[in-house]
Structures are given as C-alpha cells and as structure tokens.
Design a protein around this ligand. Structure first.
Ligand code: PLP
Length: 336
C-alpha cells in the first residue's frame, strides 16, 4: 500500500498511525521544517511555536489567514509577490471577524520578509495568521488575546507534480460553496475551510485532483482553494466578485494580465454546462498558481491538453512572478 493510501486509512486513529503518515508521505503538500517562526513580534524556534489546546480558534475557527508566495526571480533576488494585497486581505478578514491584531500592516509585512530571511529561504510560501488565544471558552469571547503569527515553508506544485504543465482532473463537488448569507466568502477565515476540506477529500477519494464547488443556486463558484476561469471562443470568463468566491489575488493578476494582452474578459456567472463545454479552463491561486483543468466530471475540456490561451497567459504570469518581466514593480517586494 502506498503512503497516500496509508494516510487515508490511518487518518484519525492513534497518534502512532498519524505520525507514520507524516513521515512516510513524500507528497507535494507536506511541510518541510524550517528554523524559525515569527510569533507576536519575535522569531522563535520552529518546535517552540505551539498553541494551548484551549486556543479559541482551534475550537471555533474564528480568525484570518493568508497564503503568499516568494519567488527567486531571474535577477537572482527574492521578491514576495503582491505582499501588500495579501496583507490588505488579511486585515480585511480581521475586520469581517471583528478581531484587531496588535500589529500594523507594515509590521506584519516586515515579519513576512524577516521570516524568509531568518530561515535563509530564497523561495517559499508564507502563512500569516491572526487567531484568538485562550481565555473565555464561549463563542463570544470578545476579550481573548488576538495573536499574530507568520510561518514559511517550501511549497511546490500544489495540485501535484506536473499539474501546472499538464493540467488536472476535477470533479464537481456534492458540497455547495457557502451561501453569502451564511458565511463571509470574501474573508479567508479558518473555519470556512471545513467546506474546502470536505470537497477536496471527496474529489481526491474519488480519484480526481481537485474539487469544483457550485454555489447554492447551481452556478460555478471556485475550487477548494482556487478561483476558476474558462475560455470560450477566445474570451476569458470568471465568476464576479459578488459571487460566493474569495477575491483571489491571483485571479486579479490574471485578469490584469489578460486585459494587457488584449484578451476579452468577462466577470459573469458560469453554469455547469458552460464549464463542461469550455474550450479551456484553469484554476488560479497562490498555491496552485495557474493550473490548467483538462477534464471535469470525465468530460474532456477542449482537446484535453493545455489550451493556447491558457499557455499564453501562463507564460506571461510566470514571467511576471519569477521571470524577467518587470512591468509590474508594484507587485514585488524585495526580500532584504
Ligand atoms: C477558497 C479559495 N479561493 C481562491 C483562492 C485563491 O486566492 P489567491 O489567488 O489570493 O491565493 C484561495 C487561496 O487563497 C482560496 O482558499
């Protein structure tokens, strides 16, 4: 039995089984231990960055987090991609959940830079988080300490090796995305990710790479951790921000680059049949970057290969994030 299968089968059992799962899997989403984690203003040893079991967010999922990538560009320097917009969204999420971190935008941004520096990382994935510490255990808990942490690790192709080059197989989930009157889709709130995890597990266990979630009205929403685009007759479509989607930074990047390339774009609702009949489709996300979708529910998308418009946008995207395209210096924060 492969490590993946063992992971699935031992999940939730005894500690020993779970530990075996951690050490055996050579999966692309496993975290590689670094030296330090920034916690409340100090760089502490990786192994000391622990939380108490009474940590409020651990129980109820209230809090904000981000995922940000830093790339080594062809000039030999490391830059964090769209750090400002990610920290803007972190603080927006804090506003949505009514939590005030003790650190400013500038301080959290600096913590991201320092976390890469102190760990000697010239590429990596940053995870800032604002969470509620222990104190009151009821859901109200207005006075529990609000803690801020920034960690970093190396993260390859999120949807698996070769996914960016060859595309992935996706499954429409039986789980709907949160209704906009039930949750706050524009917030990157920990607790909301139970929905993503359920959808992802369902898709993976059915043999697919990723889930696509519909909203409660049956319109295409997004992946479990990515926004979604389709191409039809040379035009690019993605659901609007008023849909139940996260306002992805990568989504915005791709829309901006597409407009610059003279590609027609439309932010409008997409139906399931429009998705099946797309000429091309792809996911966007900080972790997934630009990952083509070659199949949905066993229906081949286009030719089942990476389509020409996706290829063109991918080339521009990767040149902007880690190549030599310097057309958007405002998106790059030098790590120094
Ligand atoms: C649910 C969801 N949608 C979309 C995205 C893509 O957002 P971004 O491009 O800002 O990473 C993410 C990742 O953060 C996500 O978790």
């Amino acid at each position: 039995m492969g490590s993946k299968a063992r992971c699935v089968q031992t999940f939730g059992r005894k500690r020993l089984a779970h530990q075996r799962c951690r050490v055996t899997a050579g999966r692309s989403d496993m975290v590689d231990k670094q030296k330090k984690i920034w916690l409340e203003g100090a760089q502490i040893d990786w192994d000391d960055a622990r939380v108490h079991v009474l940590t409020h967010t651990l129980h109820y999922g209230m809090g904000a987090f981000e995922g940000i990538r830093a790339y080594l560009r062809t000039d030999g320097k490391t830059y964090i991609f769209r750090l400002k917009e990610h920290i803007d969204r972190l603080l927006d999420t804090c506003k949505l959940v009514m939590m005030k971190p003790s650190f400013s935008h500038a301080e959290i941004s600096r913590a991201c830079v320092e976390t890469l520096l102190v760990n000697g990382m010239n590429e990596g994935y940053l995870r800032p988080m604002v969470y509620l510490g222990d104190g009151a255990m009821g859901v109200y808990a207005p006075d529990n300490p609000v803690r801020t942490v920034v960690m970093a690790w190396k993260w390859g192709a999120y949807l698996g090796q070769g996914s960016v080059e060859n595309g992935v197989r996706a499954k429409i989930s039986s789980w709907a995305r949160h209704h906009i009157h039930v949750s706050l889709a524009k917030g990157k709130i920990m607790g909301q990710y139970t929905n993503s995890t359920l959808a992802k597990r369902e898709a993976k266990m059915a043999g697919y790479d990723e889930a696509i979630l519909m909203d409660v009205n049956g319109y295409v929403s997004e992946g479990s951790g990515e926004n979604l685009f389709v191409v039809k007759k040379g035009k690019l479509y993605t659901p609007p921000l008023s849909a139940s989607i996260l306002a992805g930074v990568t989504r915005d990047t791709v829309l901006t680059l597409a407009r610059e390339e003279g590609i027609a774009v439309a932010e409008e609702m997409i139906t399931r049949d429009q998705l099946y009949l797309a000429d091309e489709a792809f996911f966007t996300g900080t972790a997934a970057e630009m990952t083509p979708i070659r199949e949905v529910d066993n229906r081949t998308i286009g030719e089942g290969t990476v389509g020409p418009l996706t290829k063109r946008l991918q080339a521009r995207f990767f040149d902007v994030v880690k190549g030599s395209d310097a057309s958007h210096p405002e998106w790059l924060t030098l790590v120094e």
